[in-house]
Design a protein around this ligand. Structure first.
Ligand SMILES: [Fe+2]
Length: 381
């Protein structure tokens, strides 16, 4: 119980703050209507406030218990996305009301405040529109060279395509995934990996997703690991079996040893490692090989580096989904969970690449973190 409360504390605090803002707004609007003698309008404001506050206070329960992932149909996902936009607009509305309710005598100043508060209210919708356009646009091909100390000659220049966080469903369609698969294939990788979150919810079409992924082509094969949403959707075994039939080998605490000339590459995969659990208890790097770990959760990197994995490929954070980069520092919600949120990090000669991934959760919005297909190129350190 304590753990559930601790995990959902940010949701609860946001919902309480949003409820308070709405209560203030509804009460003030009702009072203003009452003093103008419009008692019917005042009653409407109070009733609307009551309904919206009740809905807002339900949100920590819906998100905290994972209920939004169990709701069938795409309508439920859109309702959740609309609620998130509404909550952001409620906060903006509160700020705007605070600005305009101050007693300003100067008419031109009053006019300016009105214009500013209008812009503040419109801001969440504006950002949402920009974010939806970005989320639904063609993914970027992000090519990155990663230096590995002592990399054998036969592995120099090896190209690994990575697709992650597809979240196939109402926010990421067949067309989007077909684009991503075509982009990965056009990069002519030696190896392709899929690092989890194929779907979001149990009712998403996992079969169709894997059927499209069947089109991935790489000389040395297509491998994968599972994400937290396969766990939430109770689809880990189904995804593994569908993957096997489609030529994708999901590595579940297992390694595949691949030979490139005289060099050995050990590719190890783990199921989703729950946040702050004892990471990577079931896997070890192979001696005499270059070791690459596939882990959906990037937070394992400290332990992976310590164990001796040369490179970790991860996803999970969606690059923060709404990400602001200031002086090469990523500011986004994922920062609360892990220091490795987006891009390449190095620690003592070991590296992790955290892909921004393809799809979205909560709302189909991406800002500062465009959907990406990654191509990693190994080079000597
Ligand atoms: Fe994800």
């Amino acid at each position: 119980m304590n753990e559930i409360l601790r995990r959902n504390l940010p949701n609860i605090l946001i919902a309480l703050a949003a409820a308070l803002v709405q209560w203030q707004l509804a009460a003030r609007l009702a009072r203003a209507a009452d003093s103008a003698g419009r008692h019917g309008k005042a009653r409407t404001w109070r009733a609307l406030g009551f309904v919206l506050i009740a809905w807002t206070l339900l949100m920590p329960v819906v998100f905290g218990t994972g209920l939004q992932l169990q709701l069938p149909g795409n309508g439920a996902q859109w309702a959740m996305a609309a609620t998130l936009l509404y909550l952001a607009t409620a906060f903006a509305g509160g700020a705007a009301y605070f600005l305009t309710s101050r007693n300003v005598v100067n008419p031109s100043r009053r006019q300016a405040l009105k214009a500013i508060s209008g812009a503040i209210v419109a801001l969440p919708a504006g950002f949402a529109a920009a974010g939806i356009i970005r989320a639904w646009s063609r993914p970027e091909l992000r090519e990155i060279s990663i230096a590995i100390p002592g990399l054998p000659k036969d592995l120099q220049g090896l190209r690994i395509a990575q697709l992650t966080d597809i979240h196939y469903g109402p926010f990421f369609s067949m067309r989007d995934l077909e684009w991503a698969v075509a982009m990965a294939n056009e990069a002519k990788p030696n190896l392709t990996v899929v690092t989890g979150d194929l779907i979001t919810r149990r009712s998403d079409n996992l079969e169709e997703c894997v059927w499209i992924l069947r089109g991935l082509k790489a000389d040395a094969g297509v491998y994968g690991c599972h994400g937290n949403h396969e766990v939430y959707a109770r689809a880990v075994n189904a995804a593994t079996a569908l993957g096997r039939a489609a030529g994708i080998q999901f590595l579940r605490s297992k390694s595949a040893t691949l030979n490139f000339g005289s060099a050995k590459l050990a590719l190890t995969g783990v199921d989703y490692q729950p946040q702050a659990s004892r990471y990577l208890r079931t896997v070890r790097p192979q001696p005499g090989a270059v070791n690459i770990l596939l882990s959906h959760n990037p937070d394992v990197f400290g332990r992976a580096a310590l164990l001796g994995f040369d490179l970790t490929l991860a996803g999970h954070t969606h690059g923060g989904q709404i990400n602001v980069e200031i002086l090469h520092e990523h500011l986004n919600v994922a920062r609360f969970f892990t220091p490795w949120v987006y891009g390449l990090y190095r620690q003592g000669g070991r590296s992790i690449y955290v892909s921004g991934g393809l799809g979205t959760v909560g709302a189909p919005v991406r800002l500062g973190a465009p959907p990406e297909v990654t191509v990693v190129r190994l080079c000597a350190g």
